[in-house]
Write a protein that binds this ligand. Sequence first.
Ligand code: NAD
Length: 478
Amino acid sequence: MDGNVSDRQAVSPEVAIESVLSRQKVAYLGDINPPAALRRDRLDRLERMILAWQDRLAAAISEDFGNRSAVVTTLADIVPTRAAIRHARRHLKGWMRPRRVSLAWTGQPGSGQILRQPLGVVGIIAPWNYPMNLMLSPLVGALAAGNRAMLKPSELTPRFSEVLDAAVKEFFVEDEVAVITGGPEVAAAFSAAPFDHLVFTGSTAVGRRVAEAAARNLTPVTLELGGKSPAIIDASADLDSAVPRLIWGKLLNSGQTCVAPDYALVPRDRVEAFVAAARAAAQKQYPSLAGNPDYTSIISPRHFDRLAGLIDEARGKGAEVIELVPGTDAVRRILAPVIVTGANDTMALMREEIFGPILPVIPYDTLDEALSFVNARGRPLALYWFGSDRSAEGRVLNGTISGGVTINDTILHLAQDNLPFGGVGASGYGQYHGEAGFVALSKEKPVLRQSRLSAVALLYPPYGKIAGMLLKVLARFG
Ligand code: NAD
């Protein structure tokens, strides 16, 4: 049987998933700790797979979206995934090496070390927005750490899922890596399967359900969720450089980016200049929307209607909606980028993650007021600050908590393999990328190797003089 549940009407998703999982578990037990050479071979195959299939994968993603530029897919899916593979290959031996640790007196004169061991079979559930990167980057960590993996792409990217399945089958045997396709019911069955670890990337609401399902198996979960990531423009910011960077991060993939700036906090006396600069930046990056291959369509009619609804509700409640580049086209699911001023918490766009090209601009008078605004909401996945005043920068870094931060730009902290990536609170828990991904998908097993002598043996009963003396020493130094 292959891993494609939707092709297998005869068996339930649970049975089909269980069957691939049990074969992967048997294979794992036959090779519990694969050597570096095999892990490197798997990483090499993953890279060769991407190189061989990248055009077909990018074309499938564009079809799933309606339109998405191959440049966006190359920049945000292919390049970071290949960089993650190269980074893992370069550091693999160092990451795998046992760590020596010093011991308390109870371990003397023995030695202590931490072994990093594969967990077994890792399940990876990815969303639709960067379907390759968000599936294959966790896979890099899983393979580097010596695991096997099952992948569940989103039902909103059916063509991509099909192509990924074919690509994986060409380069991996099913008990190493397998793709499971199908709808939300398959995803629900997937999250209930007894994996050794689950990596889920998606919305907070579904993430909660995944964590509940995994808890029944005591399967540990890395939850990579979303949220409302603020961009704070400081009084000291240079708008000419800050605003194009903010607009780039907001409009990349038409705002359908987990770390996109969700809303901007702008000093009250700079709002007008900010809006003018935002319009200029958006028009420079996307001179028009009609037939523009660089501007991504909204993934589905449901998401298009949701976003249009956010704008309508805000307008209906008195907010001003300022179009940055005209050209909304419901048939092609092109949504013109807008700034919303006068938004407030009675509007859904200030309560939910926007995940589209709508930027509420919230004026503030003091930095404390801006920080309170951020801290009154769920902990965001990303926070952006623009400015040159180092003391204000310090206050922002120390006075807020978020998954990650880029200062004087957007998005880019996510693309650094030496920086761990993950949310906090409402934006998720656990982290990956680089060594953090390797560690997350390994068991760090502590080992104490006792010597022929043992300090604790001096305290075996019957307790005599030596025990008394030792206890005095321990009372002072222990
Ligand atoms: P989603 O939560 O709707 O779907 C994510 C995945 O969950 C899909 O593969 C889907 O098939 C699966 N799924 C659906 N129902 C399920 C269930 N009952 N049990 C288990 N799995 C189920 O999210 P989405 O719309 O695909 O993606 C958008 C969200 O993802 C946004 O909130 C965004 O911020 C977030 N996101 C986070 C990151 C990150 O790295 N933290 C990256 C990208 C997107």
